[in-house]
Design a protein around this ligand. Structure first.
Ligand SMILES: C[S@@+](CC[C@H](N)C(=O)[O-])C[C@H]1O[C@@H](n2cnc3c(N)ncnc32)[C@H](O)[C@@H]1O
Length: 182
């Protein structure tokens, strides 16, 4: 009898694991299809990137494609900015919110949204870690909507055509980081 119960429990656990893994894989593919795979910025790099950004309290920090939300959380916690993380992947947003709640970090919100539906007009600082094709598509929107003097930080890839706006580059591996004053 005990063996039968254990057997059923093991089967149930295996099914649960397979279901969780399938959901996770599905959403990873979904992120990819929407333009950029989920690859988090390394924590050590995230700290350096934010330190170099010279953020000021109460600025609006907008992260386009926020993944697990680490940059938005770190910015809100260490620099007292108001962070908004935007990601098309609801699973990642759920995880990001869970961490923010667990760590009791105020001033951070995560929205499930396509970055092309996001209003950029109020942003003081924009953080991107997106594929070049997506950045290229986003460039016109940033040029139209961003207010004067806003800061765009692009981790991983350059914003092509913005060479004159680039005032700082962090050459760390595997990905460099580019700072633009728009
Ligand atoms: C390379 S990850 C960066 C994650 C996070 N910013 C970081 O640096 O740790 C890119 C993220 O963009 C999201 N993404 C891809 N296409 C998107 C779109 N069209 N709209 C919103 N988010 C998108 C993916 O779900 C993924 O989480």
């Amino acid at each position: 009898m005990l063996y039968s119960i254990l057997y059923v429990l093991v089967i149930l656990l295996e099914l649960l694991f397979a279901l969780g893994f399938s959901i996770y894989t599905f959403f990873l593919i979904y992120s990819n299809l929407k333009g950029s795979p989920y690859v988090p910025t390394k924590m050590k790099e995230a700290r350096m990137i934010l330190e170099q950004a010279k953020l000021k309290p109460n600025q609006l920090f907008l992260e386009l494609g926020s993944g697990d939300g680490r940059l938005s959380r770190l910015a809100a916690k260490d620099y007292k900015v108001n962070s908004i993380g935007i990601d098309v992947n609801p699973l990642l947003n759920w995880y990001a919110r869970l961490w923010a709640r667990w760590l009791k970090i105020p001033r951070v919100t995560f929205l499930t949204q396509n970055i092309f539906q996001t209003d950029l007009r109020k942003a003081d600082v924009l953080y991107l870690f997106l594929m070049p094709k997506l950045i290229e598509k986003l460039k016109l929107k940033m040029e139209k909507e961003l207010k004067k003097n806003s800061l765009v930080i692009s981790h991983g890839f350059k914003v092509l055509g913005w060479e004159a706006k680039c005032f700082k580059t962090l050459n760390h591996r595997p990905f460099p980081t580019y700072y633009y004053r728009v």
